[in-house]
Design a protein around this ligand. Sequence first.
Ligand code: 5RP
Length: 300
Amino acid sequence: MDWGLQNRLSNIIKPQDNRALMLAVDHGYFLGPTEKLENPKKVIAPLLKYCDSLMVTRGIQRTSVPATTNTPMVLRVSGGSSIIGEDLSQEDITVSIQDAIRLNASALAMSIFVGSKYEYQTVVNLGKLVSEAEQYGIPVLAVTAVGKELGKDERYLSLACRIAAEQGAHIVKTYYCENFEKVVQSCPVPIIVAGGKKIPERDALQLTYNSIKGGAVGVDMGRNIWQSEHPVEMIKAVRSIVHGNANVDSAYDLYKKLVSEGPKKKNKSKKSTQSESKKPTQSKSNKAKTPETKPNPTKK
Ligand code: 5RP
């Protein structure tokens, strides 16, 4: 493997423990202003130092990520369809390799839609992207997209992950499922697990733990971090599993402890009113009412 490619990969999957914590904020590329990601700059700023890499589109990288950051960028380079369009699987490559280099991308990310109408187009695009990116020592992360018609079970995900690896993807992002170990075993490149729709914090920590136990290098998590009432506390708890080998109980205890400490610190310095100090610290989002792909077209 070329030095540059190896070096970029090691920025994403940390060689110390072979683990990765990627923060996904690329949802707007087909969902528009996704709930709680309406203002990406505000969302990204406090979280950037706690992730190993950021999965982002070029528009959001340029407008909402400080160019002074040391956090590696995993640049989404596919798109073309929206949640209200005809077929989400109709994606193409939308970013040139020159622009990816200008953006100092540590990896390029694109989706493949195995089993969909546009399977051929997206799989061929993956192969072409790998050929192009490898010329510059840039790794490619393939996202195995799932949808209403596409499965989310071991059989489907094994098929999709293996096809991505066969095309030369250097990392494959997929979903956790029953018998996840089998998906990992039949994929010769590292697998990273997507968080999926918002679920209660403890469940998202359990998903993180199970994914790593099943052989994933880590998580590429979005909504379960920034749709939490306490994103910084949540990413720290996720991190404690990914890089600290914490179990679910201790990660959740850490989350609760950080949440309970947060407002107290604020109150101390602000000498807040009684009503402020009575504010509940329990996450509202535990009620998990956000549908997986619900756009928020009314908010910009
Ligand atoms: C969408 C993506 C997202 O980055 C991915 O789904 C991860 O985010 P989340 O944890 O919110 O699912 O690739 O195609």
